[in-house]
Design a protein around this ligand. Structure first.
Ligand SMILES: [Zn+2]
Length: 275
């Protein structure tokens, strides 16, 4: 946004009066142009706003260079480093979490060529959910899940959101039930297979369902390298995926490195998803 005074300066910058602009006028013109640039005018990225919207108990505001924690500490938005895929995965900043856009709800059947959501800035998750298994465990609460009980974190309302997912799944036709009534677990402090990064099961914000009817890229014969995932496979119906995404959980079936049993609470990505 250009302020009124600056608009005026532009209008009267010399040329309109048929005189050579002075160095001072040129400087003020340059200042105006800089101020008109959104990045330099301290406008946060839309994705940074999505982080604040997604995690209001921890993140209170965003500007062009940082997302500000509610305790006053600033988390830099962009560390300014050039990264290849592996470095982005293992040493991301906040901005890198949005490097790949989560697909639109109606992108179905899914044909993912990227892994949106696989980049996580771990210090943020540690801050919110706990940095040790003990710290995470202290925040677990039970959620009824189709005749059994699972334990997820109460932080950020995740348990409440999962109850809403269960309520929506309950309404689906009987033929869909095999995809979600059985769960292979929620909380498990562990790295992602083949990587130094922590699975989001570590923070008790992920759930695996319908394992017998799911597809995982590592289970495909001959799939041994992360660089070249095998051809995409999925059996899950869209209605099941919709029920999770509606309440802030993204789906591992939208990754080229597919993991179709896996859902995790990432409302910031759904806020910033393709429309
Ligand atoms: Zn999982």
């Amino acid at each position: 946004m250009v302020h009124t005074a600056e608009t005026g300066a532009l209008r009267f910058s010399g040329r309109a009066f048929g005189v050579r602009p002075t160095v001072g006028a040129m400087r003020s013109l340059l200042a105006c142009l800089l101020l008109a640039s959104p990045a330099l005018a301290a406008e946060p990225a839309a994705e940074a706003r999505c982080l604040v919207e997604a995690y209001p108990d921890f993140l209170c505001r965003a500007d062009a260079t940082a997302v500000h924690r509610c305790d006053g500490a600033a988390i830099p938005w962009d560390d300014g480093r050039e990264k290849d895929d592996w470095t982005r995965f293992t040493a991301p900043d906040l901005e890198d979490m949005f490097y790949e856009r989560y697909p639109a709800a109606d992108a179905w059947p899914p044909a993912p060529t990227t892994d949106p959501g696989r980049v996580r800035y771990e210090p943020l998750f540690e801050l919110m959910y706990g940095a040790t298994p003990e710290a995470v465990r202290e925040k677990l609460v039970p959620v009824r899940w189709f005749g059994t009980t699972v334990r997820v974190t109460k932080v950020n309302g995740v348990a409440e959101k999962l109850r809403l997912v269960a309520r929506d799944l309950e309404k689906l036709p009987a033929r869909h039930r095999r995809f979600f009534v059985e769960t292979a677990g929620t909380f498990a402090w562990r790295p992602i297979a083949g990587s130094p990064m922590r699975s989001l099961h570590s923070y008790a914000i992920a759930i695996d369902v319908g394992v017998k009817h799911s597809d995982y890229w590592r289970w495909v014969r001959g799939a041994t390298t992360a660089a070249a995932p095998p051809p995409y496979r999925n059996q899950f119906p869209r209605e099941v995926v919709d029920a999770f995404e509606r309440h802030g959980f993204i789906w591992g079936g939208r990754w080229a490195h597919f993991d179709t049993m896996h859902f995790e609470y990432r409302p910031e990505l759904l806020c910033a998803r393709a429309r």
